[in-house]
Design a protein around this ligand. Structure first.
Ligand code: 2P0
Length: 340
């Protein structure tokens, strides 16, 4: 929205994405180029998201960012990288107004509506939202692939949150970007539930964790050479064919391989806890009793579970989950689209 000719601001929201084929490991840490393709689902914007307001003004004397009510510090380099790249893009625009705006300082205020560093893709929605909001402000919305590459410089997984639905991030594309495989409407029966096991910050962040894995894990080397390429193709087929059983198997196997790599990392990375393991056991037991694969789990760099199932299974699974975890002492609650 235009406030005055000297000051303009814009507010946008961007949802988190959940990887079903994981990104873990970079071939270039500065440019954030991944070792493998990954595939994710971008959640609905009414669910878990970042909301960002960007303001440009002639009155501002420096760039600033406030993240969840605190002046951001640690992510300064990446924030500056994102900002300087988007300014470069704006400065080369053929629109004089965009070029002018690129010279102004910006103030960013960003807020997540979910636990920030608990392995729930906060940097993904955060940088996707930052880039998208700045793009709106600078009138650069049409530069789709540049924006994905820009978000990538903030956080690798962020490049996947600029598209909705089912998304693939290509490690060998030039520039290195994510593109949609299918829209969310392609598979409307597919549902995702998030079980927040803990909302405390993870001990080792993803950037540091994956760097350590690249240096020390032979299993990661094996994954890159012999597993993940085929898995990406199989996952893409499963999505296009809406084959839930295949989709679920690949999702669980890839989550497990990612966490095996974390254990194979030296010193090891423990992202799941005993509640996460209990959820895994419950899902396998549930599928056994249902005599088919009806539910899948995946875990990122934290203990929280993301559970996939088709709509028809939601009520049944939710009540079983409640029966098991409703009374555990850990903070544990269940969110998602459970029908009334
Ligand atoms: C993913 N994760 O594909 C994987 C699975 C966590 C586990 O992307 O260093 O925060 O900023 O590129 O994007 C977390 O990594 O790391 C992540 P950087 P990012 O969703």
């Amino acid at each position: 929205s235009a406030d005055s000719p000297r000051s303009q601001s814009c507010t946008c929201i961007a949802p988190i994405n959940i990887a079903v084929i994981k990104y873990w490991g970079k071939s270039d840490e500065d440019q954030i180029i991944p070792l493998n393709d990954s595939i994710s689902l971008t959640l609905d914007t009414d669910y878990m998201y970042t909301k960002t307001t960007a303001t440009i003004s002639t009155e501002l004397t420096k760039d600033s960012i406030i993240l969840n009510n605190e002046e951001a510090s640690g992510d300064g380099v990446r924030f500056q990288n994102c900002l300087s790249e988007i300014r470069k893009l704006a400065a080369s625009s053929k629109h004089a107004s965009t070029v002018e705006k690129s010279k102004l300082k910006v103030a960013i205020v960003s807020q997540n509506n979910f636990p920030t560093k608990a392995g729930l893709a906060s940097s993904a929605s955060g940088y996707a939202c930052l880039v998208f909001t700045l793009a709106q402000l600078f009138e650069l919305e049409s530069h789709k692939s540049e924006l994905s590459a820009l978000a990538r410089r903030g956080s690798g997984s962020a490049c996947r949150s600029l598209s909705g639905g089912f998304v693939q991030w290509f490690h060998e594309s030039q520039p290195c970007v994510a593109r949609p495989i299918a829209e969310a409407e392609h598979w409307p029966q597919l549902r995702c539930l998030v079980a927040v096991v803990s909302n405390t910050s993870k001990a080792v962040g993803s950037t540091e964790g994956m760097s350590r894995s690249v240096k020390t894990s032979k299993l990661l080397e094996y994954r890159i050479k012999h597993v993940v390429r085929d898995r990406v193709e199989e996952m893409k087929m499963a999505i296009l064919q809406k084959d839930f059983v295949k989709f679920a198997e690949l999702t669980m196997q890839d989550s497990n391989q990612f966490h095996a790599i974390c254990l194979d990392t030296y010193p090891p990375l423990f992202y799941m806890n005993s509640t996460s393991q209990a959820i895994i056991q419950l899902v396998h037991r549930y599928n056994e009793i249902r005599q088919n694969i009806k539910v899948a789990y995946t875990f990122d760099a934290g203990p929280n579970a993301v559970l996939f199932m088709e709509e028809a299974e939601l009520n049944r699974f939710a009540s079983v989950f409640h029966a098991f975890f409703g009374s555990i002492p850990h903070e544990s609650f269940f969110r998602g689209k459970i029908p009334d």
